[in-house]
Design a protein around this ligand. Structure first.
Ligand code: SF4
Ligand code: SF4
Length: 372
């Protein structure tokens, strides 16, 4: 049977509109009880990358979270909300600020559900995942639709990286710094966490150099729901104007038989895909490597590179990038931030974590000559 993904227009974050769109998205799939048994315990995981307010479009909007919480409470579920924000080691300490600024604290207080920290983890083969997965019967994932400097797309599969415990996110970046290996690890996490349901916040998405403050908000006006994250990400890749297989997590998920990346083999309910593809989606700077002419690919691997660099006038000297770097390639000196490119593994965690849009992507000389 074809995997089903529903797409529903949602023109704003008005509470009633989001609620109606979320209900419509679930009704198209047969109702929320197709995925979640009434009376069960559910971990809801939004994308709460950094401590920024909802209008920056970096994090899942609180009204989307509220709508899902209300639907779960209507079927008598016990709901827990949590995320392991950003990649720097002390996430358990900084998480209160993230929960407050992203609007999660307010939603949890108003809807009377528990906001939890991912401060304990259990090893699952290659990585430790939050024990809240063990405590709950189901995981409901609520990604924000965003571009990503390393994985091109951040949505269904990538959102689950936040389930990885504490500093082990850094370890995974260091041990699997090549993008194909990192994509493989993300798919391992998807396989292990197996969310029962994923509802994507695509009302205000992010394009350009996402997924942090350097990306640009983009209107897309939809919610998208389903249980097959490979299919969900394939649809979102199409919205971005690229083939699903160009997103390595989608490709890997399909190869492993975890989902369907062939758009023709997905049952799309509600809006037509052609109606939500509006064109001119700005991809992250690093994704231009896809344009490298085939004869140059081998040379390109050595000579066409992308590095982070700081814009001093924007930098607020907060040192978040220093803490976020998994390979000690960033230092704070008297003059400001300095990168050690010999140590840089080009994961762009520094850019992802920077709250001030102060880190941009620098291209190597050959990349510039080729006009990439
Ligand atoms: S400097 Fe930035 S891109 Fe380089 S390894 Fe550190 S976090 Fe990753
Ligand atoms: S570059 Fe960004 S994260 Fe790093 S110190 Fe400056 S403002 Fe903070």
């Amino acid at each position: 049977m074809k995997p089903q993904v529903s797409i529903v227009k949602c023109p704003s974050y008005d509470r009633q509109e989001v609620m109606a769109a979320a209900r419509a998205a679930m009704d198209l799939l047969g109702g929320i009880t197709v995925f979640i048994k009434p009376g069960s315990s559910v971990l809801v995981k939004p994308n709460l990358l950094i401590a920024k307010e909802p209008q920056y479009c970096i994090t899942t909007h609180p009204e989307v979270v509220r709508a899902v919480v209300r639907m779960l409470k209507e079927i008598n579920c016990r709901v827990y909300i949590g995320d392991g924000p950003t990649v720097f080691g002390s996430q358990a300490k900084g998480v209160e600020e993230v929960y407050a600024k992203t609007g999660m604290l307010e939603v949890c207080q108003q809807e009377e559900v528990e906001l939890v920290k991912f401060d304990k983890a259990r090893w699952r083969g290659k990585f430790p995942l939050t024990t809240w997965l063990d405590k709950c019967d189901y995981l409901v994932s609520l990604p924000k639709f965003k571009t990503h400097q390393m994985t091109t797309l951040s949505a269904g599969i990538k959102n689950l990286f936040g389930l990885v415990s504490d500093i082990y996110k850094k370890e995974l970046h260091i041990r699997h710094f090549h993008i194909s290996e990192f994509a493989s690890i993300l798919v391992d996490i998807y396989q292990e966490a197996h969310p029962a349901l994923t509802i994507v916040d695509g009302v205000m998405a992010m394009e350009g150099d996402g997924p942090g403050s350097t990306g640009k908000p983009r209107r897309n006006d939809f919610l998208l729901a389903g249980s097959d994250c490979v299919a969900i990400d394939a649809i979102l890749a199409s919205v971005m104007g690229i083939a699903p297989q160009e997103v390595l997590t989608t490709k890997e998920g399909a190869i492993r038989g975890l989902g369907v990346a062939d758009i023709g083999a997905i049952s799309i309910l509600g809006e037509r895909l052609s109606d939500i593809i509006t064109g001119d989606f700005k991809l992250p700077t690093t994704s231009v490597a896809r344009k490298i002419p085939k004869p140059l690919v081998r040379l390109a691997k050595r000579m066409i590179k992308f590095y982070p660099c700081v814009e001093d006038d924007k930098c607020i000297r907060c040192a978040t990038c220093v803490k976020a770097c998994p390979n000690q390639a960033v230092q704070m000196r008297n003059k400001g931030i300095v990168f050690n490119y010999a140590r840089c593994i080009r994961c762009f965690c520094c850019q992802e974590a920077c709250p001030a849009s102060a880190i941009r992507v620098k291209k190597s000389l050959l990349a510039k000559i080729l006009g990439l």
